[in-house]
Design a protein around this ligand. Structure first.
Ligand SMILES: *Cc1c(COP(=O)(O)O)cnc(C)c1O
Length: 232
């Protein structure tokens, strides 16, 4: 899969250039390779090229993939980033290292209750619906303050930060605006006493804008694996 390896390197260079422009250490930005709809073999190839963190959106698909990559489990980090229904939380609590898409307290409570005792707390981000967001998922900015405090108190979760999926925008300034709003909310929550270290924002088309606004995890699918074919 030479394309994949080439793409991965190109994305790493985009992150490095954006970090440099922002005066940040490129190592402060983690690349999450979003492998949804792509086969386990692609994950294996990316892993062989040094990629460790992978993002998945669909419970059934991801469980099959995690299973077929069980031999690599100790050196893979699985991040659930898709919409999560409350009747599907258990396998996610059992199999994943992170959930970025916690968008209400009930989901967080279930994940905490269902996280197995022998595993470390599940890392989670609160998904925030910044203005004009495409996806309807996520708490509003005013709601986020209270919900974040409630999630932070759950025993088997480690609230790491915030996540958002802004509306696609054309130019850099328009792309930066919603990322800036998320960062400002993040700073407010930190000032309120929450110990957060993660801003999960930026995808294939806007990762530079996100890194300039302080993203610590960028979630990149298309630019690494190519266009998705949902019929597959
Ligand atoms: C699919 C997806 C991505 C990756 O999007 P690309 O545009 O392919 O990079 C990132 N985040 C979430 C939540 C996604 O569902």
């Amino acid at each position: 899969m030479p394309d994949l390896i080439h793409n991965l390197e190109a994305v790493r260079q985009r992150i490095a250039a954006a970090a440099q422009a922002a005066g940040r250490d490129a190592r402060s930005v983690t690349l999450l390779a979003v492998s949804k709809t792509f086969p386990a073999d692609d994950v294996r190839a990316a892993h062989a090229a040094g990629q460790r963190a992978f993002g998945e959106n669909y419970v059934q698909e991801s469980l099959a993939k995690i299973e077929s990559l069980a031999d690599l489990r100790a050196s893979l980090e699985w991040h659930f980033i898709g919409p999560l229904q409350s009747n599907k939380t258990r396998p996610v609590a059992e199999q994943f290292d992170w959930v970025h898409s916690v968008d209400r307290l009930k989901i967080a409570q279930r994940l905490s209750e269902q996280r197995p005792d022998h595993l470390p707390p599940l890392n989670v981000c609160l998904q925030v619906n910044v203005s004009g967001e495409t996806s309807k998922s996520g708490v509003s900015i005013p709601e986020a303050v209270e919900v974040a405090q409630q999630i932070a108190a759950l025993p088997k979760l480690n609230l790491r930060g915030l996540m958002s999926i802004p509306e696609p925008a054309g130019d850099l300034d328009a792309q930066r605006a919603p990322h800036r709003q998320l960062r400002e909310l993040f700073e407010r929550l930190c000032n309120d006493g929450l110990e957060l270290d993660t801003l999960s924002m930026g995808m294939s088309s806007d990762l530079e804008a996100a890194v300039l606004e302080g993203a610590t995890i960028v979630r990149v699918g298309t630019a690494i694996f190519g266009a998705r074919d949902y019929a597959r």
